[in-house]
Design a protein around this ligand. Sequence first.
Ligand SMILES: Cc1cc2nc3c(=O)[nH]c(=O)nc-3n(C[C@H](O)[C@H](O)[C@H](O)COP(=O)(O)OP(=O)(O)OC[C@H]3O[C@@H](n4cnc5c(N)ncnc54)[C@H](O)[C@@H]3O)c2cc1C
Ligand SMILES: NC(=O)c1ccc[n+]([C@@H]2O[C@H](COP(=O)([O-])OP(=O)(O)OC[C@H]3O[C@@H](n4cnc5c(N)ncnc54)[C@H](OP(=O)(O)O)[C@@H]3O)[C@@H](O)[C@H]2O)c1
Length: 277
Amino acid sequence: MKDTPHGLIKGEVTGRVNWTDSEFSLQVTADIACYTAGQFTKLALYDDSKNDCGNESRNDSEDESGDDKGEWIRRAYSFVNSPNHALGQQVMEFLIIAVPEGQLSSRLERLQVGDDVYVGKSPAGFMTLDEIPRYTKDLWLLSTGTAIGPFLSLIDEVETQQRFDNVVLVHAVRTPAELVYQDKIQHLEERYQGKFHYVPIVSRENRKDTLRGRIPGLLKSGDLVDAAGIALTTERSFFYLCGNPSMVKDTSAVLNELGYQKHSRRSAGHFNSENYW
Ligand SMILES: Cc1cc2nc3c(=O)[nH]c(=O)nc-3n(C[C@H](O)[C@H](O)[C@H](O)COP(=O)(O)OP(=O)(O)OC[C@H]3O[C@@H](n4cnc5c(N)ncnc54)[C@H](O)[C@@H]3O)c2cc1C
Ligand SMILES: NC(=O)c1ccc[n+]([C@@H]2O[C@H](COP(=O)([O-])OP(=O)(O)OC[C@H]3O[C@@H](n4cnc5c(N)ncnc54)[C@H](OP(=O)(O)O)[C@@H]3O)[C@@H](O)[C@H]2O)c1
């Protein structure tokens, strides 16, 4: 095993929840710098299984040397828990799906309580409360798959509850079993007293209590707005889009059609996004 590379610190898996055969949450403790709700850090493992036959280095993998054929593999994962939660910032939770043939996620899937995992010391990311323009009264959080994670962190913040009139959490998944964190969502619904609106979408099964389809189509048809019970207006609504890059692209196009513009620090607008790959 090589030395821990710059920017990473050794942590420990202290908890694990299995949601489906391939989706799970890891609770990890590590002495990282403070993070803000909505941000992510890196998780990393050292892979010493490489042989002499090759294995090109990937962008975010390193092989710093010599005869050792191993490499560090690191990827971004969003914090699910609020930085202000009771156990403190060094206890963090990640929601992960094992991507078939995925270099790191398939190895994270094998981690159990007590195992080491390496964590990026410096969290990063701009999908935070500070980046939401002041005009916003209704905050729409549109996610696919594991990208519900950073939104749960944001919604758990007291500032989110106080600042907005309405917070809509849209979670699109393939099957009902991937509608994760139902207890936390129920708790948030109670805490927000009518200001929090959860809209689950299951794309591959018909169900009475969830929408069926994809976020861009349901936004365009008006079904998403009907399910949330909150009107869209350019004066009140701001959107964060997170997860599958195709969803982000297609939803951005629908928002443009509806008269909403991409937001940046330089040019104020109505929506921003984070692609997971
Ligand atoms: C800012 C940010 C935050 C992220 N947060 C999370 C998180 O909280 N939870 C999480 O599970 N993942 C998250 N990801 C994705 C994560 O960083 C990895 O890309 C993912 O775990 C796959 O890594 P891998 O090494 O297993 O796959 P790789 O070997 O790197 O590649 C597998 C290929 O699968 C595709 N792919 C990558 N991620 C996915 C995915 N989630 N679904 C479908 N296809 C994918 C890509 O085309 C990629 O080239 C985040 C990514 C970013 C950029
Ligand atoms: N979810 C599973 O059961 C499962 C099981 C094992 C492994 N995996 C692997 O895990 C990875 C991530 O899977 P995931 O299910 O979390 O994420 P995903 O493939 O991004 O699907 C999540 C949701 O996003 C929707 N979606 C896909 N493309 C879209 C687009 N262009 N616009 C709008 N919505 C879109 C999907 O709808 P559609 O259903 O219409 O595509 C689904 O409702 C994949 O590599 C997958 O192969 C998934």
